[in-house]
Write a protein that binds this ligand. Structure first.
Ligand code: NAP
Length: 266
C-alpha cells in the first residue's frame, strides 16, 4: 500500500455527507516517475534534485548533454535514480524522440514538469525580428503544449498524475521589452487553466508556478538588480513539491512566488 490515508474529522456530518478519506500524495512521490524539461541547470535542476530526493525516478531533458549528465551524476551519487535525454524542444521530431525515450527509461510517466524556457535580450517588439519572437513562443508555449499532447495518454495511466508548468510573473502582467516572452507565459497559464478543466475528472492535477526574479543564468547581471535578493531555484523547487503534495481532494492551481525584498537597487 503506497498511499497514506488520513481519516478526516467532519464537523456536522449530516450537512457535509459521508466522503472518502482525504489522501495525501506525499508518500507517492517516492514511487513516481517524473520528466523535467530544462532539467540541466537553474530551476529545472533544482526541481529534478528535489523530486529525486523525495524518491521519484527522474528523467531530465535539455540540449546540453554535459549539464544533464552532471545532474544524473549528482542524483545517483546520493542514491537516487535519474536519466538524461538530450532534446531540443523547439524541434518537433526531437520532441517525438524524447517521448519515446522517456517512456523507455521511466516505464510510465506520473509527473510532467514543463520548466524549460528562455527569453532573448530585452528589446522593443517593433524592432524584434519575427524569427526571434517566433522562437520565444515556440519554446515557452508551443513546446509544453506539444509535449502535453504526446504524454496525456501516459499521464492518464499514471499514479496520482500531475502536470506542473513553470510560468512567470511575466505571465501575469505585461512588461516593456519582453512582449513575446510575456505573451508566451500568459498563454501557458491560459493553456494550463483550460487543460485542468478538461482533465480534472480524470484525476490529473495541473499546477502553475509563477516566480518573479530567480537567480539563474537566465537573468543577465546588471547594476540595477541585486542578485542576492532574487528567489533561489530551490525556492521554486519547494513550491513545485508543495503543489504535488496537496491532498487528493485539492488541486493547487497556481502559486505566485515573489522575492521578499525587491531585487531592484534603488
Ligand atoms: N530566472 C528567472 O528569473 C525566472 C523567473 C520566472 C520564470 N522563469 C522560468 O523558469 C524556467 C527555467 O528558467 P531558468 O531561470 O532556470 O533558466 P536557465 O537557467 O536558462 O535554464 C533553462 C533550461 O531550459 C533549457 N532549454 C532552453 N532552451 C531549450 C530548448 N530549445 N530545448 C530544450 N531545453 C531548452 C536549458 O537547457 P539547454 O540550454 O541545454 O537546452 C536549461 O536547462 C523558464 O521557463 C523560465 O521562463 C525564470
Amino acid at each position: 500500500m503506497r498511499v497514506r490515508a488520513y481519516e478526516s474529522t467532519w464537523i456536522g456530518p449530516a450537512r457535509c455527507g459521508k466522503r472518502d478519506p482525504v489522501v495525501t500524495s506525499d508518500a507517492l512521490l517516492h514511487a513516481r516517475a517524473a520528466l523535467v524539461t530544462g532539467g540541466g541547470r537553474g530551476i529545472g535542476r533544482a526541481i529534478a534534485l528535489a523530486l529525486a530526493r523525495a524518491g521519484a525516478t527522474v528523467a531530465v531533458t535539455a540540449r546540453s548533454a554535459r549539464e544533464l549528465d552532471a545532474v544524473v551524476t549528482e542524483v545517483t551519487y546520493t542514491g537516487g535514480r535519474a536519466h538524461a535525454i538530450v532534446a531540443d524542444l523547439t524541434d518537433d521530431a526531437a520532441v517525438a524522440t524524447l517521448v519515446t525515450r522517456a517512456r523507455a527509461v521511466l516505464g510510465g510517466i506520473d509527473l510532467l514538469v514543463h520548466n524549460a524556457g528562455g527569453a532573448p535580450p530585452h528589446g522593443d517588439f517593433a524592432r524584434a525580428p519575427i524569427a526571434t519572437w517566433d522562437r520565444t513562443l515556440r519554446l515557452n508555449l508551443r513546446a509544453p503544449m506539444l509535449l502535453t499532447h504526446h504524454l496525456l495518454p501516459d499521464l492518464r495511466r499514471g499514479t496520482e498524475p500531475a502536470i506542473v508548468f513553470v510560468a512567470s510573473i511575466a505571465g501575469m502582467t505585461g512588461s516593456a521589452g519582453a512582449a513575446a516572452y510575456s505573451a508566451a507565459k500568459f498563454g501557458v497559464r491560459g493553456f494550463a487553466q483550460s487543460l485542468f478543466e478538461e482533465v480534472r475528472e480524470l484525476g490529473i492535477r495541473v499546477s502553475v508556478i509563477c516566480p518573479g526574479f530567480v537567480d539563474t543564468t537566465l537573468i543577465p547581471s546588471n547594476r540595477k538588480v541585486d542578485r542576492a535578493r532574487m528567489l533561489r531555484s530551490d525556492d521554486v523547487a519547494a513550491a513545485v513539491l508543495f503543489a504535488l503534495r496537496t491532498t487528493s481532494t485539492a488541486a493547487c492551481a497556481e502559486i505566485v512566488l515573489r522575492p521578499q525584498r525587491s531585487p531592484y537597487v534603488r
